[in-house]
Design a protein around this ligand. Sequence first.
Ligand code: ACM
Length: 521
Amino acid sequence: MPAPRPSLVPLPTHLSWRPGHFTLNRHTAVRVSAGAEPAAALLRTLLAPATGLRLPTSPDGPLVLALDPQLRGLGEEGYGLTVGPDALLLRAAHLTGLLRGVQTLRQLLPPEALAGRPRRGTPWELPCAEITDVPRHAWRGFMLDVARHFQPVAELRRYVDLLALHKLNVLHLHLTDDQGWRMPIAAYPRLTEVGGRRAQSMVGPAGSTVHDGIPHQGAYTRAELTGLVSYAAARGVTVVPEVEMPGHTRAALAAHPELGNVPARRLAVWTDWGVCDTVLAVDEPVLDFCRTVLDEVMDVFPSPHIHIGGDECPTTEWAASPAARARAAAEGLPDTAALRGWFLGRIGAHLVGRGRVPTAWAESGEGLPSEFTVMAWRDPEHTRLALKQGHRVISCHHRAAYLDYAQSADPAEPQAQPGPLVDLRAVHGHEPPDDTAMTGELLGMQAQLWTEFAPTADHVDRLVFPRLCALADRAWHGAAPWPGVHGRLRAHAARLAALGVRHGPLDPYVPLPHRPAEGQS
Ligand code: ACM
């Protein structure tokens, strides 16, 4: 009986199985064309722990990694892979395409190939196949909130590898919020010294009155973040930084009260969840602060997109502030609520001046300046409106892509953000609005993990997986009948197990039939 075919996640665009298999063994050498060396290095790095194979370079090796300009039509990330009994040929026009193909090659091997320790006795066989693969969406992202709960950089590197395995190409780091500031800024050391620590955390959802009494703190070093960026680049993943403004800034205000609307007021880093009504003031020194911070952020993160948040900015402080009212009047704005758009426009212009693309959350259908790339999270209608207005848009729809919501109706489900159920099928099933008649461009899709209820890596894994696999499949391959997708995701769990990744349910929760207790009639 032939061995069952591997279930690939994401599913390639075109895949035909062929008879036979190609075997990797200690004699297998790799033929590497000029410019393809980083793909060979990644292949060796990824396969060495489990297989112990060295895969040396040789001009007549049967495993060929080749840059081929003739495949230009497959774009930046597309690749072709031919696995025959005597040779394996991976070709792409660009290095990134080869990096994606390396991940497919890994998934064609038995799941044990993904393990972190030697797995002796496994035949390292790949079934023969012909694959041509091109992503449906250019932006396939995952946002991790390291502000609510800090994760050490080793975890972020592990996540980069997990994203790359699923051909996701953006790690969006939510680095600052009311509850913590995680990136060191040389010009303002208090941001992490003071803003990186909160006295305790809220127990339960926003509005709860219970706190745990346990301090929470953490900040990265600049070297850690620079190293993370390089590590991700070697895997074809871009790290997009987010520094929130003008709301979600309580940690910054705890460090620098002079940036607030009531400079004499002393605030602590927020210990609650929810939307905090303290926001930045709207004067030139505050804009200078933001520009200085972002200049340091741009030094560390070469990402074209720089995210400045912009969401959930209550305007009550501005309405009560004579200085903010005067600013709104001087700028010809109808009211202080319009200061949010004005603020984002000023900061966006600074980013554009430095050759970057300002990026923000869409709060409604209201216009952000046209140069902004927009992450639409509340409603697919906001995706549609932003596309109509000519924006480039990433769909982050909370009902399909917020992984902090519960993933099953099981009463044993760990505590989650109150809100809709986002199960595996909901994640895969979401089709963002798109229409070629709209002047904007749908860049792609992104999953979000806000971490109020994910204090540890274990919590993070169980919320993220397997739902992120479903998003990756949808974002790369597109729509497909659910039973087939579900079957592939269930089989893919063997890879997650080999990697030691904890995960949530693969199947919908089915309540047990009610059985009357003994003695009850
Ligand atoms: C958001 O969920 N506030 C972007």
